[in-house]
Design a protein around this ligand. Sequence first.
Ligand SMILES: C[S@@+](CC[C@H](N)C(=O)[O-])C[C@H]1O[C@@H](n2cnc3c(N)ncnc32)[C@H](O)[C@@H]1O
Length: 267
Amino acid sequence: MLALHPAKKLSFNRPINNGDLVIVYERHDIMKAVTVSEGSVLQNRFGVFKHSEWIGKPFGSKVVSSKGGFVYLLAPTPELWTLVLNHRTQILYIADISFVIMYLEIVPGCVVLESGTGSGSLTTSLARAVAPSGHVYTFDFHEQRAASARADFERTGLSSLVTVQVRDIQGEGFPDTFTGMADSVFLDLPQPWLVIPSAAKVLRHDGTLCSFSPCIEQVQRTCETLRTCFTGSSVFYFFFFLPPSIFSDFPNVCYFFLFNVIYMQLA
Ligand SMILES: C[S@@+](CC[C@H](N)C(=O)[O-])C[C@H]1O[C@@H](n2cnc3c(N)ncnc32)[C@H](O)[C@@H]1O
């Protein structure tokens, strides 16, 4: 996907090669990830498209079928990958991903710990944000999901930026080897409060934490644990469908975007 340019820059500013992943765009709601393979064809309602005719064209090109139909060959950015990936779980979409990355202050060089990996939708964007010198360590306790995510990161060219590990993060926490090393921790787990003590251990002093939960009960339990574990870090807490009454319970909280986000400055 985000092929590392010789100058160590993430770039699609080169022609499509044999073996590249492209997003075949028919229309905004019909897109498909295809690995270019000389000798293969893509067949759809617009006709037969020879991969060999794609090689050497720039990303974004319009290509024509035997019947005169056309598709566009788009570069596989994280934004597009999120729309075409194989859903093995619920996933984060662009609106939430951009928010998360912004508020976690993730920049090139950051070390990010994530759990669970799920379908790797967020992980893909995290990888682009930390590239070329940072790294994302992502954990899921579901072996098959972890294996599929690993295969996806190989396919998208991100495997040098992402390490997928099988681990029960709620039961065991993050590995001790990460103590004090993480710039950011992201949690998308059913019981995130169980992981807060471990997150406090692995985060650097000025690290950031985001826990993504759809239910207010999860949020409340996590906030309670946050108070006992964090004293000097910048922490934000992000969730959906928050009833306004929550704000009377958390006086040091300011909020953004119609109750979607709580930002807690615990320093
Ligand atoms: C909703 S999915 C994450 C989706 C992901 N954020 C994405 O954008 O694709 C939640 C994941 O957490 C994993 N999970 C649940 N409990 C876990 C635990 N105790 N340790 C590690 N992973 C866990 C599940 O297997 C599942 O893959």
